[in-house]
Design a binder for this molecule. Structure first.
Ligand code: PAF
Length: 283
């Protein structure tokens, strides 16, 4: 079993000992309710580092007031068993009080690229993410951290933060993992009703079809977005938050399909907000 740590001081002490002993630390930050996508990050971290730390913390400051903080799935025993199977060394699971004690008042914020996509529809979300991720980087002292591409904007925001703030950590983005029927893996999928889960398949289907359409020399971002929106609108229980095509390096709206274009979407499926994306062009 991995060692379960809830104290910041204890986690820092262990991390320092590991670093002083010349060991490399790979870190996988999560909010728990682990799935195969998380396990693929852990597997990669395991193969590239001496020590693997997984954090499990549903970070309240990255949720808006009407969002799903309270119903976000949690099951530490299940997560620990999965971490055990994946040969994780340490699971860091602090309480909210441990991370944000009375008097807490420091935040990390990346501007510009957080104004688009999820940043536009979830004000304050990325400030919460960059703050907690900075704290977790400091606590775990990892040299490498592993993030899934499903949260493409999150990866870019964290890469920006690490570059801008000269943090000594390498960010390693890993591919999206999908269920056999194409649905992108997410801890939130467990909150979908059977009917909503069926309707949600249109998200990945329309993205895959858009990628095929993009192979046609005459296609353009507007046409792909319109196609995806039409497909989604045909499912009555789905409400579009956004469907956008952006340049992957700048997150500015893509005017053509040259270079690397990210087609990203966020859609409310019943009560659950899901995101998915597809990169068109060379990786
Ligand atoms: O992607 C997530 O699960 C969260 O945003 C993260 C990176 C663990 C920060 O809370």
């Amino acid at each position: 079993m991995p060692r379960l740590i809830s104290s910041i001081d204890e986690m820092k002490k262990i991390a320092l000992e590991m670093r002083n002993a010349g060991k490399t630390i790979g870190f996988v930050p999560t909010m728990g309710y682990l799935h195969e996508g998380h396990l693929s990050l852990i597997k990669r971290a395991r193969s590239e580092n001496d020590i693997v730390i997984v954090s499990i913390f549903v970070n309240p400051i990255q949720f808006g007031i009407n969002e799903d903080y309270d119903v976000y799935p949690r099951d530490i025993d299940r997560d620990l068993a999965l971490c055990d199977g994946a040969a994780v060394d340490y699971v860091f699971q602090p309480t909210v009080k441990e991370m944000y004690p009375t008097g807490y008042q420091s935040y990390v914020e990346v501007t510009e690229i957080t104004n688009k996509l999820c940043g536009a529809s979830r004000p304050g979300h990325f400030k919460g993410v960059t703050t907690v991720v900075s704290k977790l980087f400091n606590i775990t002292m990892a040299q490498r951290a592993y993030f899934g591409w499903k949260d493409a904007q999150q990866v870019m925001v964290i890469q920006r933060m690490v570059k801008d703030l000269n943090m000594n950590i390498e960010i390693i983005p890993c591919p999206i993992l999908r269920e056999a029927d194409g649905l992108a893996m997410s801890s939130r999928n467990v909150n979908l009703t059977a009917e909503d889960r069926r309707s949600a398949l249109v998200l990945s289907k329309s993205l895959f079809r858009a990628r095929e359409m993009a192979a046609n020399a005459n296609s353009n971002p507007k046409e792909l977005i319109a196609y995806i929106k039409d497909m989604i609108t045909m499912e009555p229980s789905l409400t579009i938050d956004y469907v956008e095509a952006v340049n992957l390096d700048t997150l500015q709206d893509a005017t053509d399909l040259k270079g690397r274009v990210l087609i990203a979407l966020a859609v409310k499926v019943g009560k659950v907000r899901l995101i998915d994306n597809m990169i068109i062009g060379e990786m």
